[in-house]
Design a protein around this ligand. Structure first.
Ligand code: F6R
Length: 357
C-alpha cells in the first residue's frame, strides 16, 4: 500500500536506498563476499558474448549493464530492444549468453525472443522482479531484483535495482574469471544507497526546479555523454511518459548533427555530467545550446561542479553514477507531471506490463 504517499511513484522513488541495501544483503554471503548460484557463474564463464534483451526502461538499464559487463568482466556485450531483435537478429557469437532484463517478467516482446533463442538451443538468464514470471520460468537461470512490488506504471526502483544486480553479476564474473577486481562493490553500493537517501531528501528543491525549468514547455532535451548519455535516455522517457512533455535524450556530441536546430529561446535542456573524462565536452555542448537561448539545468557530480549547476549529486564510484544521477531526474518527471495535473501512477495509453507484441 502507498500509505501516506500521494502516489506509488513517489513511494517507489523513495524506496530505492532500501532496495539497494536489500540487494547487497541478498547477494552477500557470511564472509561479505558476493554470492551467486554456481550454474550462473559457469554460464557467465562460458559465454564469449552477452546479448541483453529488454524493452523501455529495462533496455536503458541494459545499456548501463553493458558498460559494467565490459569494463568489469571483459565480456563483449550487446543490448537489444526486444521487439527489434525478433525481426532483425544480429549475427551471433559462438557461445552467446542471453540476459532477459524485465521488471515484470511478462513482456511479450522479450518473451518472443526467449522462445526463439531457446529453439536455437542458447542459454538464457532472466533478471526480474517477479521470480515466478513467464520469463523466469522459461529461462535456464533467474536472478531476482528484490525491489518489492512496483505498482506505478513508470518504472523507477526496478531500473536502479537492475543496474545494481548487473553490477553484482559483472563483478562476480570478474572474480570467477580470476580477473583483478577494480571495485569493492559492496562498499560502493552502500555509498550509493546513502547518496540516494540524500537525494530523496531534496524533493522540495527538485520540485522548485521542475516549476522553474519545465512550467509550460511542450518539449525538453536531456543530454549527456558516455554513461551520462544512458541516463539521459531514461530521464527523457520518465518525463515523457508521465508529463506528456515531448522529451528526448541525446548524446552531447550528436546535438550539432541535427537536434540543435530545435533549440530556441527558453527550450529546456537538462545536462548530466558525472564523468571527469567527458565533463569538459558536455559543458561545451551546454555553451552551444545556451548560445541559442536554451534554459539549461545542469546536474553534476561533486568534484566536477561549477557555480552554474542547478543540482550537485553526492560523489559515488564512477561506474555506478547512473544509480544516483537518475534519482533527481525521476523526481523532476514526477513534479512536472504533478504540476500538469497528470495521472502520475497511471499515465494515459500505458499498461504496467505489456503482454502483447
Ligand atoms: C517505463 C516502463 C516501461 C517498461 C517496459 C519493460 O517506465 O516501465 O518502459 O520498462 O515496458 O517492462 P519490463 O521491465 O516489465 O519488461
Amino acid at each position: 500500500e502507498k500509505g501516506t504517499y500521494p502516489h506509488y511513484m513517489l513511494k517507489e522513488i523513495d524506496e530505492q536506498p532500501i532496495v539497494i541495501r536489500n540487494i547487497i544483503k541478498e547477494y552477500q554471503d557470511e564472509n561479505n563476499e558476493l554470492k551467486l548460484n554456481n550454474d550462473i557463474r559457469n554460464a557467465m564463464k562460458k559465454a564469449d558474448r552477452i546479448y541483453i534483451i529488454a524493452a523501455g526502461t529495462s533496455y536503458h538499464a541494459g545499456l548501463v549493464g553493458k558498460e559494467l559487463l565490459e569494463k568489469l568482466a571483459s565480456i563483449p556485450t550487446e543490448v537489444h530492444v526486444a521487439s527489434e531483435f525478433s525481426y532483425n537478429m544480429p549475427l551471433l557469437s559462438e557461445k552467446p549468453l542471453f540476459i532477459f532484463l524485465s521488471q515484470s517478467g511478462e513482456t511479450a516482446d522479450s518473451r518472443a525472443v526467449l522462445v526463439k533463442i531457446k529453439e536455437l538451443g542458447y542459454p538464457a538468464l532472466t533478471i526480474t522482479n517477479v521470480p515466478g514470471s513467464t520469463l523466469s520460468r522459461e529461462a535456464d537461470y533467474t536472478l531476482q531484483l528484490y525491489a518489492g512490488p512496483e505498482i506505478a506504471v513508470a518504472s523507477t526502483k526496478a531500473y536502479t535495482a537492475q543496474i545494481a544486480v548487473l553490477a553484482i553479476l559483472a563483478t562476480d564474473t570478474a572474480a570467477v574469471k580470476g580477473k583483478e577486481i577494480e571495485i569493492d562493490l559492496i562498499k560502493e553500493l552502500a555509498i550509493v544507497s546513502s547518496a540516494m537517501e540524500v537525494l530523496t531528501d531534496e524533493k522540495e528543491e527538485i520540485e522548485r526546479l521542475a516549476a522553474e525549468y519545465l512550467p509550460t514547455t511542450r518539449n525538453a532535451f536531456f543530454i549527456g555523454r558516455s554513461g551520462d548519455y544512458n541516463v539521459s535516455l531514461e530521464g527523457a522517457l520518465k518525463l515523457k511518459e508521465i508529463s506528456y512533455i515531448q522529451a528526448e535524450g541525446f548524446a552531447g556530441g550528436e546535438l550539432k548533427h541535427g537536434t540543435i536546430a530545435l533549440i530556441e529561446e527558453g527550450t529546456p535542456v537538462i545536462a548530466v555530467t558525472t564523468h571527469e573524462n567527458v565533463n569538459y565536452s558536455i559543458r561545451g555542448n551546454v555553451q552551444e545550446v545556451v548560445a541559442r537561448g536554451a534554459n539549461v539545468l545542469i546536474v553534476s557530480m561533486k568534484g566536477l561542479e561549477e557555480d552554474t549547476d542547478a543540482f550537485v549529486l553526492p560523489k559515488v564510484h564512477e561506474l555506478l553514477t547512473p544509480l544516483v544521477s537518475i534519482v533527481p531526474l525521476q523526481l523532476l518527471a514526477y513534479y512536472a507531471a504533478l504540476h500538469r495535473d497528470c495521472d502520475v501512477d497511471k499515465p494515459r495509453n500505458l499498461a504496467k506490463s505489456v503482454t502483447v507484441e
